[in-house]
Design a protein around this ligand. Sequence first.
Ligand SMILES: O=P(O)(O)O[C@H]1O[C@H](CO)[C@@H](O)[C@H]1O
Ligand SMILES: O=c1cc[nH]c(=O)[nH]1
Length: 261
Amino acid sequence: MTDAKLYHIGFGKNDLGEQPPTIALLSGDPERARLIAQSYLHSVRLLSENRGLNSYVGILPNGKALLSATSGMGAPSTSIVVNELIQVGIRLIIRVGTCGSIQEHVSVGSIVITSAALCRQGAANDIAPVEYPAAADPFVTVALVEAARELKVKYHLGITASVDTFYEGQERTQSVNRHLLRSLRGVTEEYRSLNVLNYEMECGTLFKMAGVYGFRAGCVCGVVAQRTVGEEVILGQKDFATDNAIKVAVQAAQHWKEPEA
Ligand SMILES: O=P(O)(O)O[C@H]1O[C@H](CO)[C@@H](O)[C@H]1O
Ligand SMILES: O=c1cc[nH]c(=O)[nH]1
């Protein structure tokens, strides 16, 4: 474990203070990382804004330290940030994201708690074989479900497709790319038949890293697009969906107790 500042995240173990956090909430969007720190933590300190990978450390209302960090978008950036977070002593990472639903019953504004990912991500193949399971930690997943129940947030629990691209990989046809690869045409319908709930772009690699490195990981995403209806993000519901995901993740982190061995 290193005391020096890590090259990408821009802080090191020594910067984490007398009560170093072991839990991180990891957002794709640096604004979300800032919002979590400002809305839910006291004694907040900005650790770094290096490359837009904003990180904040602060204290939850029950006295537990928490890191609110940024993964950036996609698996390559996530893999770098996660590797460095583990180097500074983080042992549990909850991804707090946004996603697009591919099931009619998974509505915009609700949240998806991922039990496992269909991982179609190149970065993950540098970490483990393609067949290696991309499974969330079962205890963290239950903690997220309990938090959603307590907070009466509408949630869905199940499989997430974690892919490398927002447009082509999620079968968006209304982008500048007029030639969607044959191999991707119909993929959303196929995933729907396989009971995949949603699309996002980080958790598959996060879960494989957790398995290989030996840390716990979970994922909760607010639903901001409904792919059974259209391709666009529903901006009017984005804050509601994101706030739901954030409050569930914060509550799960706050109540987290390491299971007895
Ligand atoms: O809102 P975040 O956490 O960035 O998550 C989702 O949003 C981005 C795409 O718009 C991807 O990173 C995807 O996984
Ligand atoms: O449709 C969506 C919305 C958010 N994030 C994604 O990856 N896909």
